[in-house]
Design a protein around this ligand. Structure first.
Ligand code: GLN
Length: 195
């Protein structure tokens, strides 16, 4: 099995670690550029995207993560992680990875529904996925070359772009490991393969 990394600067990285280990994967917490060596995939967890983005700059991780992706690594951002993967963050200049051709809006579900759980139809899964949203972003638009895998009502909440995956919600907070399994599959893709 491949070794997967979880960016462990801030946020819900332990829960992702547990989900990946439940699938039998070997997991490494990533805090420094050298921790990326030999990984086939990297998860950017939920948390606070401005904090994670700033720490990513402090630890000089941005360019090494880009290089990791160019060399064939898969990257999945959940919630704050999805914000960090977006090229375009509405009304924000915050530091980011900017690997995905998506535009996001932070904290998009408003105060009264700050946090909620709801079953989602996900493309490729045969039964709904119980999705936990916590002050979640929405994906306002996904450019050509990306594939929308789930919506909540009209709003896009799961997008794939080749070996990149962005989810508004937190699949690491429920016992359902189907999306972590999907990510393991992306992490084994041929680097030259496209969507
Ligand atoms: N609201 C957070 C942000 O904008 C994301 C919340 C989360 O990751 N649960 O960074």
């Amino acid at each position: 099995l491949p070794t997967l990394g979880v960016l462990a600067l801030q946020g819900a990285f332990r829960e992702h670690r547990r989900a990946l280990e439940a699938l039998g994967a070997v997991v490494r917490e990533v805090r420094l550029p050298r921790d990326l060596t030999g990984l086939s995939g990297l998860i950017i967890p939920g948390g606070e995207s401005t904090t994670i983005g700033k720490l990513m700059e402090d630890y000089a991780l941005r360019e090494p993560i880009h290089e990791f992706y160019r060399q064939g690594g898969a990257v999945w951002g959940t919630c704050a992680g999805a914000i960090l993967l977006a090229k375009d963050i509405e009304d924000s200049q915050q530091p980011r990875l900017g690997l995905m051709n998506i535009r996001v809006r932070r904290n998009a579900f408003g105060r009264q529904v700050d946090s909620f759980a709801t079953p989602l139809e996900v493309q490729g899964l045969d039964a709904p996925f119980e999705a936990v949203f916590i002050r979640a972003p929405v994906i306002l638009s996904a450019a050509p070359g990306t594939e929308v895998l789930a919506r909540h009502g009209e709003q896009i909440v799961l997008v794939r772009q080749g070996r990149l995956l962005a989810s508004s919600f937190h699949p690491e907070l429920t016992p359902d490991t189907r999306l972590h399994r999907l990510f393991l599959e992306l992490a084994r893709l041929d680097p030259r393969a496209t969507v």
